[in-house]
Design a protein around this ligand. Structure first.
Ligand SMILES: CC(C)(COP(=O)(O)OP(=O)(O)OC[C@H]1O[C@@H](n2cnc3c(N)ncnc32)[C@H](O)[C@@H]1OP(=O)(O)O)[C@@H](O)C(=O)NCCC(=O)NCCS
Length: 178
């Protein structure tokens, strides 16, 4: 059973313990420091207080911090108005237990309940099989092919060549995600 909770200063070390090469390669781009992590948590808390921008949560599994998920309706690089980006990471020891899938579905249910956005978006590198697996397990559908070019099928002309874009229609979800 997982639970999403806001992250605070006391979670910095636990959050950093979940960073491995895959997190840096596919999500963050560089190794975190205590200060950068703390600043990130402060930004998330301020955004949550104002109801804007990226809002993030720790994912707790049996009371142990085991992952991270955030959503951002104000990301400027999303395909359409009403899109909400979702990003995630699971600590290495907790992978392949549906944690990311469950966390993304919880966020989608929350977005639907709070009336935030029309589509949830997952952007992932075409070689990130784990992330693509999460998107598919959550019922997201691809809305762009990975590479731009004459023969690719895309509903989103401006989709970055570096990413595959998956979308889930939030308005088709029942309140509470059922
Ligand atoms: C991507 C990530 C969050 C997945 O977390 P997870 O909790 O292990 O994912 P789930 O258990 O919910 O996996 C859902 C499905 O995705 C697929 N999948 C997950 N990990 C996979 C892997 N390493 N290789 C291939 N498929 C994988 C599987 O189909 C899986 O279902 P299954 O286990 O029943 O076969 C985790 O691997 C991670 O933290 N990676 C580094 C950060 C990252 O890539 N974030 C996404 C950036 S867009």
């Amino acid at each position: 059973m997982i639970e999403l909770r806001p992250l605070s200063e006391g979670d910095v070390a636990g959050h950093m313990a979940g960073e491995d090469a895959a997190v840096i390669k596919w999500l963050t781009g560089s190794a975190a420091t205590w200060d950068s992590t703390y600043r990130h948590f402060k930004t998330l808390a301020a955004n949550a207080a104002h109801g804007v921008g990226k809002r993030g949560f720790g994912v707790w599994l049996d009371d142990e911090l085991a992952g991270y998920v955030d959503f951002d309706p104000d990301d400027p690089d999303l395909p359409e108005p009403g899109d909400v980006n979702i990003a995630y990471a699971v600590h290495p020891w907790a992978r392949r237990r549906s944690m990311a899938t469950d966390a993304v579905l919880l966020v989608c249910a929350q977005l639907r309940q709070d009336g935030i956005g029309k589509r949830a978006i997952i952007r992932t590198h075409p070689l990130n099989r784990a992330s693509i697996g999460v998107a598919r397990a959550c019922g997201f559908r691809p809305v762009s092919a990975p590479f731009s070019g004459q023969d690719h099928v895309s509903e989103t002309d401006d989709a970055s060549a570096d990413y595959v874009v998956f979308a889930l229609d939030l308005e088709a979800l029942g309140i509470g995600g059922d």
